[in-house]
Design a protein around this ligand. Structure first.
Ligand SMILES: C[S@@+](CC[C@H](N)C(=O)[O-])C[C@H]1O[C@@H](n2cnc3c(N)ncnc32)[C@H](O)[C@@H]1O
Length: 351
């Protein structure tokens, strides 16, 4: 009975997030169209695609709930709402929109304020990804990012991230029996630390590490993770193309929502780095956008995504053969899954 009530509360919470983000998108798209009338009529999503998305969303929430029942992570993580963060950041996000619309209308995709230090970053990174003001390089961007992603995915971003936890725990079992506390997990491009926080909830004793190129996002991650009980993850600013760790150091490496933002050749380099730092017998788990090969029925969504949000490498990403790239690096026995709008690759480094 209590269980049913908890499940219902979770479903209701997710539904309200979905409605709120739909309301936000509808209102502000209309306002944007009024102020900056589009040159071409915007593409309507077909009823079939909407039905597929709804169906996949229901399956995602069910899988998420089932994993709490199996003890993979606690029920409490399903209700991890940062309402104070939302209350503070939603007005700031709305205030930022006129600047974003102006940049879109001027087709400016690499605009940074003078005070942003652009030295030392690869050129592909110096972009206003998702039209974000100052790309990934300001504290405001880091503060707004989680909310922007939640609005984009209707409040399901963490539920999609959590799909890595079951394979992660399963793959680590063989190490845990012998080395309990010494399990080391690296989250590459950890952003604001959401994935590390979720990993901590499933594996409270593991040593966690995170890297990202953005100092502002790492500061935000540090803030989030220091509120959590348990050992603080070690966060380091680093390019995923040159991970600052010894060979074979990690039992597992994860990487969430990075690959679609990398040029094709860089994707291969990052995969090779992840292979290098993974232990023989360890696992590398990618969570990223669906691709044409696994979700052809959602082609219209994938094709419209890079024009709605500035995602310069997405068009190539959706056709990229990630399994081939993983195998070229040396990974074997690659399992793939899709959940809602994300795909997962679980790649094994041979013993
Ligand atoms: C879409 S965000 C995903 C962040 C986080 N993993 C999440 O689940 O929200 C992409 C992240 O990748 C980082 N990033 C992009 N290119 C990178 C690179 N070459 N090396 C390290 N981090 C990178 C960005 O700074 C940003 O935090």
């Amino acid at each position: 009975m209590l269980n049913n009530l908890t499940k219902l509360s979770y479903q209701t919470l997710q539904q309200s997030k979905n409605y709120l983000s739909l309301g936000h998108k509808t209102f502000f798209t209309q306002l944007q169209n009024l102020l900056y009338p589009p040159q071409e009529p915007s593409q309507k999503i077909s009823p079939q695609a909407i039905a597929t998305i709804q169906n996949r969303l229901n399956q995602l929430l069910e899988a998420d709930w089932q994993d709490t029942q199996k003890g993979i992570y606690p029920e409490s993580v399903l209700f991890d709402n940062q309402w104070t963060d939302v209350l503070i950041n939603y007005p700031l996000l709305c205030l930022d929109l006129p600047q974003i619309w102006e940049r879109i209308s001027q087709k400016q995709y690499q605009e940074f304020s003078k005070e942003i230090d652009q030295q030392g970053y690869p050129s592909y990174y110096l972009q206003n990804f998702h039209h974000q003001t100052n790309g990934y390089l300001s504290d405001l961007s880091a503060n707004l990012y989680d909310l922007q992603v939640e609005l984009l995915f209707g409040g399901t971003a963490d539920a999609m991230r959590r799909r890595i936890l079951s394979p992660l725990k399963r793959e680590l079992q063989k190490f845990q029996e012998t080395q309990q506390k010494q399990i080391r997990i690296l989250d590459v491009a950890c952003g604001t630390g959401r994935t590390l926080k979720l990993i901590r909830s499933a594996l409270p004793k593991a040593s966690l590490f995170g890297t990202d190129l953005s100092p502002a996002y790492l500061r935000k991650a540090n803030q989030l993770l220091s509120q959590n009980p348990g050992e603080l993850p070690q966060l380091v600013q680093a390019n995923a193309e040159e991970l600052p760790y010894l060979d074979h150091y990690f039992h597992a490496v994860t990487c969430v929502f990075l690959f679609h933002e990398l040029p094709p050749a860089v994707r291969q380099t990052v995969i090779e780095q992840c292979f290098r730092v993974t232990k023989p017998g360890g696992v590398f788990i990618i969570c990223d956008s669906i691709q044409l090969s696994d979700s052809p029925e959602l082609v219209e969504i994938m094709e419209s995504f890079p024009s709605t949000f500035h995602e310069p490498y997405y068009k190539h990403y959706i056709t990229d053969d990630l399994i081939d790239k993983l195998e070229k690096a040396g990974f074997q026995n690659i399992e793939t899954q899709t959940h809602f709008l994300s795909k997962y690759l679980i790649a094994h480094k041979p013993e």
